[in-house]
Write a protein that binds this ligand. Structure first.
Ligand code: PPS
Length: 352
């Protein structure tokens, strides 16, 4: 009896504290989040999701969206997905869609500058997480993505980050509403290594286990945001059908010739720049420059990332997978890759 009373009081107190922690959100969002928390999560997860206990690693949740699409997600990301489906897209929106660790942050910074007259000074003054919100995030430290985007001034273009697969993007997009979408893909071997290290530092991601365990989970779609092949191949198909709205680029293209990609994205977004401006944007977006930049490198989000475990801007290289994959893992992955792309039109060669 005493135990039940103590547990009940503790739960009520936690609910109250988390309520006040989230008081900057709109009432309707707060109520929804509270309901989601109380109906789906246990107290340890509640502690973690509200940031009250950042030592705990959350589990993945098998989530079914209101349109029936199923996906494995880190618990805190499930809260907003059904709201994302109803999100109202504006004609001048630019979405940066990626499977995690494909080069999202890099592309966000490039695109934000392209959409803001190459204003490097302005970019340095404000965190990228605020300038280019993360659509599906509901987090007391990084703000609620949907909320900040809904409140975005109509006179300023929105540069929106999302890791959601095509099937979970706003209905407006899937119905063909005018906007621009930039999809970034990365060699899945390098991406898998980057994702493994990211799980070590990101407090909202589950424990990755050992590298062989993570590799096995990645290959058997048991990681957050689901299967890399489904995500990438679906978007490749959509890109073939809709090159006016979708631009498809790889991390490897960016590494090979950053200046060329910056110019090409500018053209896609119908923005004109001088040669000097294109040079300045490219220079600002090198790995060296971005990894030192506090508005980008996540050093301002200690509640979200533990940078003592690994760096968010870790290596920024092509081919780092060779330092992690065994020969057998590499052969097994190559076989899986061939099997998955067989019969599709996917013809991107990521290199060896
Ligand atoms: S996230 O968390 O999904 O948004 O991560 P994301 O930004 O997609 O990917 C992070 C990886 O991109 C690397 N990165 C860069 N590489 C080269 N040049 C620049 N400018 C750059 N910016 C970010 C970052 O270092 C991560 O890759 P790894 O391999 O882990 O270093």
């Amino acid at each position: 009896m005493l135990v039940l009373t103590v547990t009940g009081t503790l739960a009520a107190m936690l609910a109250l504290i988390s309520y006040f922690k989230l008081k900057s959100m709109r009432l309707v969002d707060r109520v929804k989040l509270q309901m989601a928390i109380h109906t789906k999560l246990r107290i340890p997860q509640l502690l973690q999701i509200t940031g009250l206990d950042t030592r705990m690693k959350p589990k993945l949740t098998q989530f079914t969206a209101s349109n029936g699409f199923k996906i494995l997600l880190p618990a805190s990301f499930t809260v907003a997905v059904n709201e994302v489906l109803k999100f109202k897209v504006r004609e001048d929106d630019v979405f940066i869609v990626t499977y995690p660790k494909a080069g999202t942050t890099w592309t966000q910074e490039i695109v934000w500058l392209i959409c803001n007259d190459g204003n490097i000074e302005g970019a340095n003054k404000q965190l990228l997480t605020l300038r280019s919100p993360f659509l599906e995030i509901v987090d007391c430290h990084l703000r609620n993505g949907i909320q900040s985007l809904e409140n975005w001034s109509k006179s300023s273009q929105r540069v929106i980050k999302t890791h959601l697969p095509y099937e979970l993007l706003p209905e407006d997009i899937r119905k063909g509403k005018k906007c621009k979408i930039i999809y970034v893909a990365r060699n899945p071997k390098d991406l898998c290594v980057s994702y493994y290290h990211f799980h070590r530092l990101a407090k909202r991601m589950p424990d990755p286990g050992t590298w062989p365990e993570f590799f096995t989970n990645f290959c058997s779609r048991k990681v957050g945001f689901g299967d890399w092949f489904d995500h990438t191949l679906k978007f490749w198909e959509k890109y073939q059908e809709d090159k006016e709205r979708i631009y498809f680029v790889t991390y490897e293209d960016l590494k090979k010739d950053l200046r060329k990609v910056v110019e090409s994205i500018s053209k896609f977004l119908e923005k004109k720049f001088s040669e000097q401006q294109l040079d300045a944007i490219s220079e600002h977006c090198t790995f060296d420059s971005m990894s030192k930049n506090k508005s980008i490198n996540m050093s301002s989000h200690p509640n979200f990332m533990d940078l003592t475990k690994s760096k968010f801007m870790r290596k920024g290289q092509v081919g780092d997978w060779k330092n992690h994959f065994t020969i057998n893992q590499s052969l097994a992955f190559d076989e899986l890759y061939q099997e998955k792309i067989k019969g599709t039109r996917f013809n991107i060669f990521f290199g060896n």
